[in-house]
Design a protein. Structure first.
Length: 279
């Protein structure tokens, strides 16, 4: 549903004459997630405040993915509705000057009036990073699992999720109760990278906490506590197990948002602390 969201701030509606496409990265640690919330610090809220200061008037910013509290982004996409034009390079430089260090604008492009970052996205790619060694400085970017994991079992389990399935067992029913839980998953990659196990998943869209619950189930498969048949049943019969196995937000990254004509990029990792050999 393409309902225009209610704007924060002044009651009088603002007139927007220019639209920009923003690509940004952020460390979600300490934020309540992407979406504006009352009495909580969000990525979207901080961006809106910075853009208001830059333009001197009301603005609107909508993102392609509503990342949860503590979740990061390597290339989140958002659209900015602005009251007047500024050169994209000036927006890039001045917004970054106004933003805190954990949020960084990578690119600013002028966009057509009809562009919508979320509704026009065709695919989204997420990474989940599992560490096989204990880390102090990398803790906010990975999930350390001290048990030995069987990579082959995890890869076999990841393959089960490919295709068009009902992921009701992996949804947060408090949030997704009025939404369809059917999702097209186009790709699941699971690769060892030094001390890391990297899970990449690409799909049409994702339900609230869905990727974290998929990651949790993959870890259980790697531990040997879940068989492929048990995992397959989660896609046909209701199960509460994925909710109990929800992986922490620290290891999750929104990696890429794809629009018409875009191609999926190579699997690449964020610049992690030196203790984590991720190459």
């Amino acid at each position: 549903m393409n309902r225009r969201p209610v704007r924060e701030g002044r009651g009088k509606a603002a007139a927007f004459s220019c639209k920009y496409k923003l690509t940004l990265e952020y460390d979600g640690t300490g934020y309540s997630g992407w979406q504006v919330q009352k009495n909580a610090r969000s990525i979207q809220g901080v961006l809106i405040d910075a853009a208001r200061r830059l333009f001197g008037e009301e603005v609107e910013i909508q993102g392609a993915g509503r990342t949860d509290a503590g979740v990061h982004a390597l290339a989140q996409v958002a659209h900015l509705d602005a009251p007047h034009r500024l050169p994209p390079r000036k927006i890039l430089q001045d917004l970054n000057d106004l933003l805190p260090a954990p949020i960084n604008i990578l690119r600013v492009e002028e966009a057509p009036a009809g562009f919508h970052a979320r509704h026009m996205a065709r695919q989204r790619s997420y990474l989940y990073l599992i560490s096989r060694c204990r880390t102090a400085f990398g803790k906010r970017y990975v999930w350390w699992v001290k048990d030995e994991l069987d990579l082959g079992r995890m890869q076999a389990a990841a393959g089960i999720f490919r295709g068009f399935h009902d992921f009701a067992s992996f949804a947060d029913k408090r949030i997704d109760k009025h939404l369809s839980t059917e999702v097209q998953i186009d790709r699941t990659d699971l690769e060892p990278r030094g001390d890391l196990i990297v899970f990449r998943i690409v799909g049409s869209h994702f339900l609230w906490k869905m990727v974290r619950r998929l990651a949790g189930i993959l870890v259980e498969a790697g531990r040997g506590t879940l068989s492929p048949a048990e995992i397959e049943r989660m896609l046909t019969d209701a199960s509460e197990l994925p909710a109990r196995c929800t992986a922490p937000p620290s290891g999750l990254f929104l990696a890429q948002v794809l629009y018409e004509g875009d191609r999926l990029g190579p699997l690449w990792l964020p610049p992690l602390p030196l203790q984590l050999k991720g190459n």
